[in-house]
Design a protein around this ligand. Structure first.
Ligand SMILES: Nc1ncnc2c1ncn2[C@@H]1O[C@H](COP(=O)(O)OP(=O)(O)OP(=O)(O)O)[C@@H](O)[C@H]1O
Length: 393
């Protein structure tokens, strides 16, 4: 079945004209392998990075023809830039040469007009209706406890009286379904709009619901933006005070694109006290600064160890690094979370500590971090509202 669909998809795509209306995207070698699973089709079209915006109509045209193929339920088509094999991000576009300038030629008139209009407009990031604020949780590298922090922070927001959703955008290892003990496929509510799943009163959407676990990593990269857009805008989030986004670890192109695409009110950076992680946290910080997203603060995770036997505190990783670094960088320090068995066990069991032990000390740590993050977001909003308008007469 998959092979038949794939064949039909390729046939349809071979009718889609290339960017200069000469030849089609298949024979120009712009289409990557087509991935088909369970009625879902994903592939990328390689274009030069600086023309991605103007070639959006090409992406839409390809998506449209693929959706019309019998047996196709959803199509995720992404424009990807040429990337040398073995580039540092390690994911993203399959190694396939981008068309040469001669191949690409000039943009044909209708696209040129649209491209010009796009250039003239400042980059727009329309908000998500009903969602007051979107906050990203990021880390410079993997394994620092970003997802654990995302889940507990989201539940901390909720415990502080806010309506909360979580969008798991971690393409490398979506762990939010496990943390909230939710699984399955989101059901459509009307047309293309999906109903998010719910865990502990928090609405949850995950890359894990959209992409099969065994989907090769190389495919997840190109799917990211389409899937992300779908998860943001084609989900019945309802009224939310905060939507928390669990970003993929690292600061590569995928993360940067996400930070650019999502209308973020701010970001929270998770780091462990080790120097290396802090260097990575700094990269994370710079990434958000590059795309003008306020950094609400740094959370130091696995900050110290509270010995359950003697009750003593052990700073096994040289605690305090994140706080000092935050001060140096002029970024708020949101708090420190101890390295603790209860935090690990409850996270891994899908009952994060903020819901499984709401009266405990750890839940309080997360609630305080949540309160500080919101206070920072308020501060940013107020300061951007108060920015004086300069009027020339
Ligand atoms: N404060 C903590 N104390 C003890 N264990 C923790 C703490 N924070 C996270 N962990 C544990 O560390 C492991 C990694 O955490 P988590 O999956 O949240 O990290 P991550 O940064 O999201 O990882 P990845 O990069 O793989 O997505 C998990 O087993 C989690 O339970």
């Amino acid at each position: 079945m998959s092979d038949t669909i794939k064949q039909a998809v390729m046939e349809r795509l071979s009718k889609v004209k290339g960017p200069d209306l000469e030849g089609d995207i298949v024979s120009l070698g712009l289409v990557s392998d087509v991935f088909v699973s369970d009625g879902r089709v994903a592939f990328s079209i390689t274009v030069p990075a600086d023309r991605a915006k103007e070639l959006e109509p090409l992406r839409q045209a390809a998506e449209k023809v693929v959706r019309e193929v019998e047996g196709v339920e959803t199509a995720m088509v992404a424009l990807t830039a040429e990337r040398a094999a073995g580039s540092s991000t390690g994911q993203g576009a399959p190694a396939r040469p981008a068309p040469s300038k001669a191949q690409m030629g000039n943009v044909p008139p209708p696209m040129a007009a649209r491209a010009k209009a796009a250039e003239e407009q400042p980059a727009q990031k329309p908000g998500v209706p009903g969602v007051k604020r979107i906050i990203a949780v990021a880390s410079g590298k993997g394994g620092v406890g970003k997802s654990t922090t995302t889940a507990n922070l989201a539940l901390g927001f909720q415990a502080n009286g806010l309506k909360v959703g979580v969008l798991d955008a971690d393409i490398y290892g979506p762990s939010i379904p496990r943390l909230f003990k939710v699984s399955g496929r989101p059901e459509p509510v009307s047309g293309r709009i999906l109903k998010p799943l719910e865990g502990y009163g928090v609405k949850v959407m995950s890359m894990g619901f959209m992409v099969e676990e065994e989907t090769p990593m190389i495919w997840r990269g190109p799917m990211v933006i389409s899937a992300l857009t779908q998860m943001l805008r084609e989900v019945a989030w309802g009224e939310l005070d905060v939507l928390v986004v669990d970003m993929p670890p690292g600061t590569g192109d995928a993360q940067l694109t996400m930070a650019q695409q999502v209308p973020l009110a701010g970001s929270v950076i998770v780091s462990t006290p080790q120097d290396l992680a802090l260097i990575d946290a700094r990269k994370g910080l710079n990434m958000f600064r590059r795309v003008d997203v306020p950094v609400l603060g740094i959370v130091e995770n696995m900050s110290y160890f509270l010995c359950p036997d003697c009750g003593g505190r052990h700073d096994i990783f040289g605690h305090g690094g994140a706080r000092a670094e935050a001060e140096k960088l002029g970024v708020p320090f949101l708090g420190e979370v101890p390295l603790n068995m209860q935090i690990r066990e409850t996270s891994d069991a899908g009952t994060p500590v903020v819901v499984s032990d709401p009266e405990g000390a750890h839940a309080k740590v997360y609630r305080d971090i949540a309160a500080k993050a919101i206070a920072e977001a308020d501060r940013y909003e107020a300061s951007s509202r108060q920015a004086p308008a300069i009027v020339y007469e």
